[in-house]
Structure formats: structure tokens, C-alpha cells
Ligand binder design. Structure first.
Ligand SMILES: Nc1ncnc2c1ncn2[C@@H]1O[C@H](COP(=O)(O)OP(=O)(O)OP(=O)(O)O)[C@@H](O)[C@H]1O
Ligand SMILES: [Mg+2]
Length: 265
């Protein structure tokens, strides 16, 4: 069984998907087999992994709707990148229809549909990364019910840090109700940090106080090159310019921290 890690923050646009994807990529470059489960109807990861939607394609929505043991197996796809290591990454994609599953949240046991679908389906992977939407509602609950651990991602900004804190409190309060008592937040990752700005430096110091030992190193810098490769749907190996090396090394180091600090399952 793969180690399952949910990536979340209550707030939107803080860099959850970018962090989850680049972490998945860095782990694959280190030889790990990674399944990336997109739990956000925006479908950003699918596009950034260069996977095109096709008629009849199955994804997270279909797996959750089916509500059957192991059904996620039918929703696993190769990604569009050509790099050798891309062969170790698979995705369960999502798009707008996933939002419709939220309407079924009142059905008893509905929050367990993803964990049921993943059962046996990620046995051939080392890591499963679950990308959450910017909320703590049903779609995030599906991911949390299925995960061994959670990582909160934040920017060096007050509302983003609050959102990460809220996500941590939510897990502490609701893990039992989600039938996943052992779920733990194992890390807080700060990203999009501009060290030249005093406000960012002050917010980083504040985050270090709040999250303490949970803060993972390194802090991921705010770099245009990350935005460029996300926009173009490219792997990090395609990053160019003087900051490309820093961009790659930051996630290589974060992947090292991930391996050291993650729960053993
Ligand atoms: N370290 C970084 N430096 C510069 N830009 C970044 C960095 N990380 C992410 N971005 C960019 O910031 C934007 C928001 O990132 P992303 O979509 O990953 O956030 P998110 O939290 O997943 O958003 P949402 O809540 O909508 O799911 C994207 O354009 C992304 O390319
Ligand atoms: Mg996202």
C-alpha cells in the first residue's frame, strides 16, 4: 500500500497544487512511484501534467461516484510529460463534474468513497499524493478520510497562514468523525516566499513560531520559472534561466525532507 499524503490549505491560490506536483515530480526523480489524485474540480494538475481530456475518460469523479472497492484503478492515467521519470508518475484526474459529488455529502458513509476506491488501487505505488481544493468541505474530507498524513502549504501571508492553521485544527477535531483517527499533520511547507520583502520575512518568522517543529525545510522561493512551467504544462527539467537550478534544487531538498519526516506506513 502506498503512503497517502493530503496537501491542503483552507485558502485558495497559495501554491498547494504546485507544491504537491513538484514534490511528486521530485520523488519520482528519486525513483519513487507516485500516484497523484486530483481532488479539485478545477483540474489544474491534469493540465499542468500535460494530460488531455478525452471522451469517456474516467477520473476522480467517476471513482467517487462508483463507490466501490478498488475502482480508482479504472481512473489511473499516464501523464503527458516525455521525461524518463514521468513513467513513474500516474494521475487520477479531475474536472468540473467532481463538484457534483458534493451534493451527496449527506448520504451516510459518503466521505469514505475515495478510501474505498483506493483500496488495492495504489498498491503498486510508493506514494499517493492527494491534491485538495481550497476548502474544508466534502471533497477535502474525501481526501482526508483516505490519507495517512497531511501537509499544509502556506504563503508568507497572514490569511494563508490562518488558512493552514484552520486546516490543522480541522484535522485535529474531525479525524475521528472521518473514521481516520490516526491522521496526522506531519508538515507545514512555506512557498512563494520573496525573501527580498520585509513583510514576507516577518510572516515567515511568524509561521515558524506558529508551526514550530512542523515547518519543513527548505522554504520554497517565489520564482517566475515555477509559474512558467506550470503555465506551459512542463516538467521541472524544462525550466530555463538563471533560477532554474534553484527551482529544481528546492524541490529535491523538499523531497529529502518529505522522506525523512513522513509517517512510515
Ligand atoms: N514558488 C512559486 N513561485 C512562483 N509562483 C508560484 C509558486 N508556486 C506556485 N506558483 C504559482 O501560483 C499560482 C497558484 O498556485 P497553485 O495553483 O499551485 O495554488 P493552489 O493553492 O493549488 O490554488 P487553488 O486553491 O486554486 O487550488 C499558480 O499560477 C502557480 O504557478
Ligand atoms: Mg490547486
Amino acid at each position: 500500500m502506498a503512503r497517502r499524503t493530503a496537501i491542503l490549505n483552507n485558502k485558495g491560490g497559495v501554491g498547494k497544487t504546485a507544491t504537491g506536483m513538484r514534490l511528486a515530480e521530485a520523488l519520482a526523480r528519486k525513483g519513487r512511484r507516485v500516484l497523484y489524485v486530483e481532488g479539485d474540480p478545477q483540474g489544474n494538475a491534469m493540465r499542468r501534467f500535460a494530460l488531455r481530456w478525452f471522451e469517456g475518460m474516467r477520473g476522480t469523479n467517476e471513482a467517487v461516484q462508483a463507490d466501490q472497492v478498488g475502482v480508482v484503478r479504472q481512473s489511473i492515467h499516464r501523464i503527458g510529460w516525455q521525461e524518463d521519470y514521468a513513467d513513474r508518475i500516474r494521475i487520477v484526474p479531475a474536472w468540473l463534474e467532481l463538484d457534483d459529488r458534493t451534493a451527496e455529502a449527506g448520504i451516510p458513509g459518503s466521505h469514505l468513497r475515495l478510501v474505498k476506491g483506493l483500496q488495492g488501487a495504489d498498491d503498486d505505488f510508493d506514494e499517493t499524493i492527494l491534491d485538495c481544493p481550497p476548502s474544508l468541505s466534502h471533497l477535502t474530507q474525501l481526501a482526508l478520510a483516505a490519507s495517512h498524513q497531511a501537509i499544509v502549504v502556506t504563503e508568507a501571508e497572514q490569511d494563508s497562514i490562518r488558512g493552514a492553521r484552520r486546516a490543522m485544527e480541522y484535522i485535529a477535531q474531525k479525524a475521528y468523525a472521518l473514521h481516520n483517527e490516526d491522521l496526522k499533520v506531519t508538515g507545514a511547507v512555506m512557498t512563494r516566499m520573496d525573501a527580498t520583502r520585509s513583510v514576507d520575512r516577518a510572516q515567515l518568522a511568524s509561521a515558524r513560531e506558529i508551526f514550530g517543529d512542523l515547518m519543513w525545510e527548505p522554504v520554497i522561493p517565489r520564482l517566475n520559472v515555477y509559474k512558467e512551467i506550470d503555465t506551459n504544462g512542463q516538467p521541472i527539467t524544462k525550466a530555463t534561466g538563471e533560477k532554474a537550478g534553484i527551482a529544481r534544487a528546492s524541490f529535491e531538498l523538499l523531497a529529502d525532507t518529505f522522506e525523512k519526516r513522513s509517517l512510515t506506513v
